[in-house]
Ligand binder design. Structure first.
Ligand code: AMP
Ligand code: ZN
Length: 485
């Protein structure tokens, strides 16, 4: 049995599609994890659904993966350019809780969201605060090699010492280097230089603090990922993932310091994969701004987490996606249709790999599924192949059962077990107050009147108003019926 189509992926390093060739028996994969200072918003979950898709694709091809996702519980300054207070300390002050409580609370929320989204657990979730001694050793080694300089505010990596600095972000020219998203730090020699260690200011004792050769303080954010990934995956590994914002700064700095540290003339990590952002009404969703929707908001509104996963997978990971209520409605409706269609096929066989699927699956569909996932993780194409197969009257039930299980091994929607009842979105109308019920009836009466008078714009306007408050109107021969979404 062959492994089907070659797995091809878009490597941010070089910005081109390449064949994925594992370097050893086990593929090491590192995904930059969350900073646990606030609730993860819906956009924050996109990188982990994407990383999960990568893992499922590798499993599909029979490639064993060791996946590491870090938890940033120290070191991430309010500005990504290392200036300002630590995000964790700011959150602790805001919520009047200890930094430890903040970290524990939001780490738990993150794990709950991962589980709800059916994301395969990583082998390790290292916490940055547990690796500070190794970070100090790493920074000291860079200092010994002459890659750094000291300022009163900390130890800095001198990016001018790295002739390939910024390759990932394609910041080749000196001029472009200046354009990097950085803020002024007094004494910094190049605008792109970054802190390996942030020494606390005299008289401003930090809550999180460690002693180091550069005084009491905290490690730089970029340092964490280099140190933890090398500690847990070895000096070189195959895949590093993160949101597209990391391609411009965080990963650029991880590469610079890791290659300086290893100094073996080899490329540190071979494949760099970045997901595009999820937009909210066209605007960037920022966790620090507060108020951004999170997974629990969706489930409270009656959506299934798998519907959010389906919504994400309905776009290619390298395309921006717009989060809207109607897109969520559409995703939940699609999921409902899929589950209804699959129900008579249950139980589905247990399948994880192409090889397991090969003997029983409808061959044409299986080839389409394999081609889609091998084509830079093209999940929209994969979904289309599944939907087409489910409409095809010629495929045998056994062939269909197997391709459905195969598709879901890659999509991770949990189709084998989803209960159609869990996908009912209607909130209970009994929960409405008398006033709310009265308002809805009033709007409906106005709409009926407008329709009688053939005032269609007014009728449409009222329908939209009802839609905004979650009321769905259906016109029946007996008059309008409504239900809550
Ligand atoms: P943070 O917890 O802020 O360190 O971010 C965790 C991950 O979420 C990083 O990989 C970010 O690149 C990613 N990220 C942040 N905002 C978004 C968004 N709106 N859409 C997709 N990914 C995001
Ligand atoms: Zn990182």
């Amino acid at each position: 049995m062959t492994n089907g189509h070659p797995l091809r992926l878009y490597n941010s390093l070089g910005r081109r599609i390449e064949d994925f060739i594992p370097s050893g028996a086990v593929t090491g994969m590192y995904s930059c994890g969350p900073t646990v200072y606030a609730y993860p918003h819906l956009g924050n979950m996109r990188p982990y659904v994407f990383a999960d898709t990568v893992r499922r694709a590798l499993r599909w091809k029979g490639i064993e993966v060791r996946h590491v996702v870090n938890i940033t519980d120290v070191g991430h300054a309010v500005s990504d350019a290392d200036t300002g207070d630590d995000k964790m300390e700011v959150a602790a002050a805001r919520e009047r809780r200890s930094v430890l409580e903040i970290a524990e609370f939001y780490t738990r929320v993150f794990f709950e969201d991962l589980a709800a989204l059916n994301i395969l657990p990583a082998a390790e979730y290292p916490r940055a605060s547990a690796y500070v001694p190794q970070m100090i050793e790493f920074a000291a080694a860079l200092e010994n090699k002459g890659y750094t300089y000291r300022l009163p505010s900390g130890l800095y990596f001198d990016t001018a010492k790295d002739p390939r600095y910024g390759e990932l972000a394609q910041l080749h020219a000196e001029g472009q280097r200046e354009a990097a998203r950085v803020e002024q730090v007094q004494g910094r020699q190049n605008k792109t230089d970054f802190a390996l260690w942030r020494t606390e200011e005299p008289g401003r004792r930090r809550v999180l603090r460690w002693d180091s050769p550069w005084g009491w303080g905290t490690p730089g954010w970029h340092l964490e990922c280099s140190v933890m990934s090398i500690a847990l995956l070895g000096p070189h590994f195959d895949i590093h993932t993160g949101g597209i914002d990391h391609r411009e700064l965080h990963h650029v700095n991880e590469i610079a310091q890791s290659e300086a540290f290893l100094a073996d003339g080899k490329q540190w990590v071979r494949y760099w994969l970045h997901n595009e952002f999820l937009q909210l009404g066209g605007a960037k969703i920022a966790k620090s701004a507060g108020g951004a929707p999170r997974l629990a908001d969706l489930t409270e509104a009656g959506y299934h987490p798998a519907a959010f996963r389906l919504f994400l997978l309905g776009g290619h990971y390298r395309s921006q996606l717009d989060f809207t209520a109607s897109a969520m409605d559409a995703a939940q409706a699609t999921l409902k249709r899929l589950v209804a269609r699959i129900q008579p096929l249950r139980p589905l066989p247990a399948i994880e790999t192409l090889e397991q699927a090969a003997s029983k699956a409808d061959p044409r569909t299986l080839d389409l599924i394999d081609a889609a996932i091998s084509n830079d993780f093209n999940t929209p194409q994969l979904l289309a192949a599944l939907q087409e197969a489910l409409r095809d009257p010629v495929i045998t039930p056994d062939g269909l059962r197997t391709v459905t299980a195969a598709a879901d091994a890659l999509l991770g929607l949990g189709l084998a077990a989803l209960d159609p009842a869990d996908l009912e979105t209607s909130r209970a109308a009994e929960d409405l107050t008398d006033q709310q019920r009265h308002d809805i009836e009033q709007l409906l009466a106005e709409r009926t009147q407008a329709r009688k008078e053939h005032d269609w714009p007014r009728a449409d306007q009222i329908r939209e108003e009802l839609d905004r408050i979650g009321v769905q109107v259906t016109d029946t021969p007996q008059g309008p019926a409504w239900q809550l979404r």
